[in-house]
Design a protein around this ligand. Structure first.
Ligand code: SAM
Length: 291
């Protein structure tokens, strides 16, 4: 394999973002120009304009959101649950400060209220200032943004929700409270008998141990649960996993064809085939997750 020297084209920068796996392989993204660099009490928050992925948000040095592959992640996190639930009205998004899940949830006319709980106000401010295409939902009258710890929120709220999205996977991130069994028992209480929950569980290859731990916590409080995956160009190994769960008799991977087609018309990645196919796991991942 020839090594190659990549000389920057005459008017290009030579700045690269890299998300490496164990320092041996991974993703590198060439930067047009840095846009913002700040720090909160929780994490470093940076925004870069890049040649291939557009405007890119990094939290704690990790690429978490890009203009180019926003859709697979947020559409596949939100729509399987929203299409499986017969009539989602009240929704909660934990860690949704980047606005991506909120944007997708607000596509449903049945939704009357969405609570976004984000621990770091700088994330929401950065999105509003530098990635406004993801900030649309914050101004929607149905949306309420709570700046705080998702764990504390569920400790204090008596509200129930039809769908709960835990979009805060952050290995070694600002606060580890969302990785506890107690957090998931509180989520189950807020979801009740018919609510559906989705947890983002990152790479099923690199983080299999975390996925297994999340499955153990979720399976202790929900009768039904299933992992599913999507491809994601901005992840170092290209695959992102999610865990969907519910106590209801509704098939958590059930597809309401009419509603699926309706929302698929507004999507880039999600449709009925991708919904059904997402639950078909490669043998190695099935074995690794014992599912
Ligand atoms: N869309 C991102 C991705 O592709 O990985 C996921 C969102 S980002 C990695 C995680 C978000 O959750 C960040 O905005 C972070 O500030 C927030 N977060 C982390 N821990 C939290 C907690 N305990 N409560 C609420 N938000 C939290």
């Amino acid at each position: 394999m020839n090594a190659f020297v990549n000389c920057p084209m005459e008017n290009e920068t030579s700045i690269w973002l890299q998300n490496l796996v164990c320092g041996h392989s991974g993703l590198i993204i060439k930067v047009k120009q840095p846009v913002f660099c700040g720090s909160s009490p929780f994490q470093k928050v940076e925004v870069f304009d890049t040649y291939r992925f557009g405007i890119t948000l990094c939290l704690g040095g990790t690429v978490v959101l890009t203009e180019r592959d926003y859709e697979p992640y947020h559409e596949m996190m939100v729509h399987p649950a929203m299409v499986a639930h017969p009539h989602p009205k009240r929704v909660c998004i934990i860690g949704g400060g980047d606005g991506g899940c909120l944007k997708e949830v607000l596509k449903y006319e049945s939704v009357e209220r969405v609570v976004v709980v984000e621990i770091d106000s700088l994330v929401k401010e950065t999105i509003e200032n530098y990635m406004p295409c993801f900030a649309d939902g914050f101004g929607d009258p149905r949306a309420e943004v709570v700046i705080g710890d998702g764990y504390d929120y569920f400790k204090e709220t008596n509200e129930s929700f039809d769908a709960i999205f835990v979009d805060s996977y952050d290995p070694g991130g600002p606060v580890r409270s969302l990785e506890t069994a107690d957090f998931f028992s509180r989520v189950a209480a807020a979801a009740g008998e018919d609510g559906i929950v989705v947890v983002q569980t990152d790479s099923p290859i690199l983080r299999a141990d975390t996925v297994r731990r999340t499955i153990a916590n979720v399976s202790a409080v929900f009768r039904q649960y299933k992992p599913y995956i999507c491809t994601l160009r901005s992840f170092p190994e290209g695959v992102c996993s999610f865990l969907i769960a519910s106590n209801s008799v509704i098939g958590i991977d059930g597809i309401n064809r009419e509603r699926c087609e309706e929302v698929a018309g507004t999507c880039e990645y999600y449709n009925e085939e991708m919904h059904a196919g997402a639950f078909l796991l490669p043998q190695g991942i099935k074995m690794s997750l014992n599912c």
